[in-house]
Design a protein around this ligand. Structure first.
Ligand code: NDP
Length: 259
């Protein structure tokens, strides 16, 4: 173990090349910034050209040169193109964070086929397509790390809002994570998931009074998280410090799922 990195150097991502999906806002933005702050060069994907440019500018103002890629990951060819563009721009890939996701609140009786399709196309199929396309780069480079963003919704059923397709999609993310971890361990590719609780972003209206009782007061820590509080766990899972961690689902929820 003489060459094992000691202390905080075990968490360094110096020289690593990372792709984050859904990196122009919310959790993905915080992940892109944290990976860059830890030494990685970073590319991110989002659909909105303006949102991507704004995120590149914001990161630049924080001393980070990131590369924004415009792509709708629910289109298979765009997912492939985005991965290849990132690999070409960064000179290869070592890290992939499958973060882009979508959620609709609707009782099952009222959920439309289109909502189901959008949720599964992005939350599950895009994770699959990006992982396969990027996994080939990782394999050819001798290994790497993939982190998929699951959710406590893959473990429990949220209240009071109904969101059955989303909950099912996040359970699928957790199981896809374990399946790829098993298959790709021989290629030195580690695949893990993070399952956040409630985090303040555009997706989660954590400040709305009607959600306070069950989203906030039901959690042992009695609060929601900021994206910056989830980001260090992504760095950890991508770093040499997590060399023996694969197929894990790391729950980060202020204790929400203990009850
Ligand atoms: P946001 O809605 O704030 O951000 C979603 C990101 O994904 C944006 O950058 C968006 O950019 C991008 N995106 C959306 N659709 C597509 C698409 N078709 N192709 C490419 N990019 C796309 O979400 P959060 O930051 O809250 O969530 C991020 C992840 O974390 C999701 O997987 C979510 O399920 C998960 N999560 C969130 C929790 C929370 O409380 N916020 C809790 C648990 C899990 P653009 O619109 O420009 O494409």
């Amino acid at each position: 173990m003489a060459d094992y990195p000691r202390g905080l150097s075990a968490f360094s991502l110096e020289g690593k090349r990372a792709l984050v999906t859904g990196g122009n806002r919310g959790l993905g933005y915080a992940f892109a910034r944290a990976l860059a702050d830890s030494g990685a060069t970073v590319a991110f994907v989002g659909r909105g050209a303006e949102a991507n440019e704004a995120a590149v500018r914001r990161l630049k103002a924080e001393g980070i040169d990131a590369y924004g890629i415009g792509a709708d990951l629910t289109a298979d060819d765009e997912a492939d193109r985005a991965v290849d563009q990132a690999a070409e721009r960064l000179g290869g890939l070592d890290i992939v964070v499958n973060n882009a996701g979508v959620c609709f609140h609707n009782p099952a009786w009222d959920a439309t086929d289109d909502e189901w399709q959008q949720v599964f196309d992005l939350n599950v199929r895009a994770v699959w397509k990006v992982s396969l396309a990027a996994g080939r780069h990782l394999r050819d480079n001798g290994g790497g790390a993939i982190v998929n963003i699951g959710s406590i919704s893959g473990l429990i059923v949220n209240r009071p809002q109904a969101q059955a397709p989303y909950n099912a999609s996040k359970a699928a993310v957790h199981q896809l994570t374990k399946s790829l971890a098993a298959e790709w361990a021989p290629h030195h590719i580690r695949v893990n998931a993070v399952a956040p609780g409630y985090v303040k972003t555009e997706m989660a209206p954590v400040d709305r009074p009607e959600y306070r009782r069950m989203w906030i007061e039901d959690a042992p820590q009695q609060r929601y998280a900021t994206p910056e509080e989830i980001a260090p766990s992504i760095v950890y899972l991508c770093s040499p410090a997590a060399a023996f961690v694969t197929g894990s689902v790391l729950v980060i929820d202020g204790g929400y799922t203990v009850y």
